[in-house]
Design a protein around this ligand. Structure first.
Ligand code: WT7
Length: 651
């Protein structure tokens, strides 16, 4: 089945890839709990008037001042929601719980890599956020400033993000698996004034020297005024006295009160960089008003949240999943959210199940790559644990192949619980295509667009394709939590999302709808790979490769991988005077690591004399790379021209 899933012969006109017809109906227990029951009527109503639907969703949150107009398009393809409304997402995530019973509830349970647990109540979290917000102010941070955050999955990352939002500064969280070079690029692009990090981080018992990496990243960075460092070890490392501030010293003595800044609905909340089709990542902008409405509604409805839930999303705050559904949405819902620093198989392959048992997790949201990696260790690791606290599962990041879906369903929850396969993107801010608990499921399909979202599969001209036929996945109506732009690059925003198929938001994914109108996502149509659920552009890897003195040109493709979903393979033309060798393969892999970090790990490097200019559908075959995926533009060699212009030599 795996093979079938990834067999993408001609991805643009794919005829049904998966034919999973088995239906999984919701159980009586699930139906009894479900927030939304009369689903068909809800979908129909929302379709008739999506703006009204979203206005109703917006009323579930608190606003300092109500909006005057729900929706407008001041400039073509630039959309505003809840115009004239005043709010702050932190007011909804923290302030409004004060003085209510939620105040004493556990907001965050943190499981460290070492297996230590730390809990913070809503009240404690609010004070910590206020102190940090005051600390940031004391360093000169003002509304609209950018603050970069590079940290492991710890409470301090949540506190720092919330502290920025509270005072109207934009956070720019960079996933801690990126290299110093990649961090620097993102700092420069956003012109961040402060970088928040920790002295060390831990992963699988290993020590990660965060401080040195950050020190290297900010060397000469003009915008950076200070580095705030969380001290996790009694380190003797000498600080840069003028620039560096210890986190604990910064918050010490600060007031536990900090007024939440009143923001306009459309004021930016954060920028989050994501890979695209060029070597430069895009800074995706989200705003306070629409974003909070989108994630709040979808979280309640899809994850079927109840006040006593202990919810665990195993993603990292460095990705949109972590922003929306580890931090903001669970806190707005006033439930307990688990933050997990560790690795799934450390110290043993039952770490996840242990965390679920220990904390009585009721909702668990994870990624297919993780499910596949744990499947390999066998069922006994799961069966050792009492997982009866679980009542709902979620999946995100890539298509979940039916085998992994069934294992998750059968072994982890004994066939009893629904799995919410949620399709969405950094750009969409919140879930777009996903079931509701009362939906009949099919293993491997994210089912249907949520109420308020109109999605379709179309051809190049924007015409809907027939059911069962593959095409481009587009969104036909604007929605509140959509990106508001690409940081400092409105042209790129327009070109990437609105110009290719005029009138519709282009997702960059390929999909098809089956006879029941269920959507099956087949992967990206552009030059973006998903390696273990991490989005990475082939152009970024190519650019990293040609920065090595031996490489003249490079082309990177994605190949199916049984655990990671996709893996990167690079073809490299060497400059004159260099000979292919294993040593050089290692050096090039190291170069990628240096430029981009461990997340861009490239499994194979092959030396070639020329990069072929064959059409994409023949390209894979020409390299015997079964199912390999070349770029969208017809040639992998299209970007090669750029490289040729930038390099003296060619192959
Ligand atoms: C891309 C977005 C959204 C949070 C995580 C990734 C792929 C995401 C699914 C799913 C099939 C999925 C798409 C999408 N994707 N969820 N449930 N089924 N594919 O966010 O890094 O912005 O990546 O991830 O290809 O375009 P991201």
């Amino acid at each position: 089945m795996l093979k079938k899933l990834f067999q993408r012969k001609n991805r643009e006109t794919t005829v049904v890839l998966m034919n999973e017809s088995k239906l999984y109906k919701p159980s009586a227990a699930t139906l009894k709990n479900a927030t939304v029951l009369n689903t068909e009527a809800v979908y129909k109503d929302a379709l008739k008037n999506p703006v009204k639907y979203w206005e109703e969703a917006a009323r579930e949150l608190e606003w300092y001042l109500p909006w005057k107009k729900a929706f407008s398009e001041p400039k073509k393809h630039f959309f505003n929601w809840f115009v004239g409304g005043k709010c702050n997402i932190v007011h909804n995530a923290l302030d409004r719980h004060m003085g209510t019973p939620t105040e004493k509830k556990t907001a965050i349970i943190w499981e460290s890599d070492h297996g230590k647990r730390r809990k913070l109540t809503y009240k404690e979290l609010k004070s910590a956020v206020c102190k940090m917000a005051n600390g940031l102010k004391s360093l000169g941070i003002k509304k609209g400033d950018r603050v970069a955050i590079y940290m492991q999955n710890t409470p301090e990352i949540a506190i720092s993000m919330l502290a920025c939002a509270k005072i109207g500064a934009m956070h720019s969280v960079v996933y801690a698996g990126f290299s110093a070079h990649a961090l620097r690029d993102r700092i420069d692009d956003a012109k961040a004034k402060i970088l928040i990090t920790s002295d060390v981080g831990y992963r699988s018992g290993k020590h990660i020297d965060m401080y040195s990496l950050c020190n290297e990243a900010v060397k000469g960075a003009k915008s950076i005024k200070h580095m705030v460092v969380v001290k996790r070890e009694e380190s003797t490392r000498k600080k840069n006295a003028k620039r560096d501030v210890w986190y604990h010293e910064l918050v010490e003595g600060q007031s536990e009160i900090c007024k939440t800044t009143v923001m306009d609905s459309e004021d930016p909340l954060f920028v989050l960089y994501t890979s695209g089709t060029t070597s430069k990542p895009k800074g995706i902008i989200h705003v306070h008003g629409g974003y909070m409405v989108g994630i709040n509604r979808t979280f309640h409805w899809v994850m079927d949240v109840k006040p006593n839930d202990v919810y665990w999303c195993s993603a990292d705050p460095g990705w949109i999943t972590g922003h929306s559904y580890i931090i903001y949405a669970p806190l707005m819902a006033g439930i307990t959210t688990v933050m997990f620093e560790g690795a799934p198989n450390y110290p043993k392959p039952d770490r996840l199940w242990k965390v679920i048992e220990k904390n009585k997790v009721s909702i668990f949201y994870t990624a297919p790559t993780l499910i596949r990696s744990l499947m390999r260790f066998g069922d006994e690791w799961v069966e050792k644990h009492d997982l009866s606290s679980l009542r709902l599962l979620g999946s995100v990041g890539e298509p979940i192949n039916p085998e992994a879906w069934r294992w998750y369903h059968k072994v982890v929850v004994k066939g009893k619980l629904p799995i919410m396969d949620t399709w969405w993107q950094t750009e969409t801010g919140s879930f777009m295509i996903a079931p509701l608990p009362a939906t009949t499921l099919k293993a491997g399909s994210a089912t249907r667009p949520l109420p308020g979202i109109i999605a379709d599969v179309v051809d190049k001209r924007g015409k809907s394709v027939r059911r069962g036929e593959g095409g481009y996945l587009v969104i036909k109506n604007p929605w509140p939590s959509m990106l508001r732009g690409v940081f400092n690059n409105p042209e790129r925003y327009l070109k990437t999302y609105w110009k290719e198929i005029p009138g519709y938001y282009l997702t960059g994914d390929l999909a098809h709808k089956d006879k029941d109108g269920y959507f099956w996502i087949q992967g990206r149509s552009d030059d973006v790979l998903s390696i273990a659920g991490h989005r990475i552009g082939t152009a970024e890897i190519e650019s990293a490769l040609v920065s090595h003195p031996a490489a003249a040109e490079a082309a990177v493709i994605g190949k199916p991988h049984p655990v990671k979903g996709e893996s990167a393979k690079a073809f490299v033309i060497l400059k004159q005077g260099y000979e292919p060798s294993e040593k050089l393969v290692d050096a090039l892999k190291k170069q990628i690591r240096k430029e981009l970090g461990p997340i861009a790990v490239t499994d194979e490097v092959e030396f070639v004399d020329k990069l072929p200019k064959t059409q994409r559908k023949d390209y894979a075959a020409s390299f015997k790379g079964k199912g390999a995926r070349p770029g969208r533009r017809g040639y992998v060699g299209a970007r090669r021209l750029n490289h040729l212009q930038n390099t003296q030599l060619n192959g």
